[in-house]
Ligand binder design. Sequence first.
Ligand SMILES: O=C(O)CCC(=O)C(=O)O
Ligand SMILES: [Fe+2]
Length: 357
Amino acid sequence: MGEAVDPAYVQAPEHRPKQSVIVAEGIPLIDLSPINYQQEEPITPVSIQGLIKEIGSACKEWGFFQVINHKVPLRKRERIEDAARKFFELSLEEKIKVRRDAINVLGYFEAEHTKNVRDWKEIYDFNVQQPTFIPPSDDSDDDENIQFQWDNRWPQNPPEFREACQEYAQEVEKLAYKLMELIALSLGLAPNRFNGFFRHNTSNIRLNHYPPCPYPHLALGLGHHKDTGVLTVLSQDDVGGLEVRRKSDGEWIRVRPISNSFIINVGDMIQVWSNDAYESVEHRVMVNSEKERFSIPFFLKPALYTDVKPLEELTDDNNPPIYRAVNWGKFRTNRMRSNFTKSNVENLQIYHFKISQ
Ligand SMILES: O=C(O)CCC(=O)C(=O)O
Ligand SMILES: [Fe+2]
């Protein structure tokens, strides 16, 4: 990545980062110490009314919050961070041995596009569960319906990479399910209401590396987007750069790094299940010319065969469903194609599933 500006990375003027950064009050900070997410039984709502309220209003007002006292062991988090750093330090030649391609959707990739502009980053993706592979339902009207391969592609180096990734995945997954119980309760649902959707889940973890960028005022580490899945649990380092679109006024707000915390955000599927009670909110990542940055999102995602539609308990005559069913496998496949290269068509977005009123 030289000094000359590569037009592939240049954002349209309205999407370029602003020089002044608003940190303001920022997204809500929620203390999870009232729950013990290690226990197997669903949480009992009585003792945690306050927490459920906080989660509910954070989901409604921001779609984002930050959690502390989450009980994911710091040691495991540091271990995967260290493995990620060592992996990205390898030569490009080494890294492309596990490079993603049009069929293998997991592994290393350095040419991601978001909304058809190239992101200033490199990534590594792995699935949390080795899938019992269930293809998106037979789709004869879709001539681009390719059979993707979902096998994890582990690099040889650093040697501890695979173990570090898998250990961390287990811990962060437990946290994600506990958060789903809290979110269910905050919507007035039974805590285990969402459990059934994740038996053959397609959850994945992404390692993000944003190298220093010589023209940070023109490019973005990651262009503005919404997360397509159910829930994201993100670990960011202390550099900062993540910005969230504030719902109240549309301003971009910087998320302040807090050590040993996680950033949680609602994805498109919660938006559909909740019939817009909780919305998936836009976010993006700024880069800077001095420091590289690392982040590790865990994306909770349902089984490929899941039809996601507004939950019956949350809809009635006065609040009719505003979405038709979204088949997760098809939605994901379609989006995956568009992340791969620059294309001339608009990406499939969740609003395309809105029932016209
Ligand atoms: O790097 C970050 O802080 C955010 C990453 C993100 O939003 C994503 O990978 O979807
Ligand atoms: Fe994201």
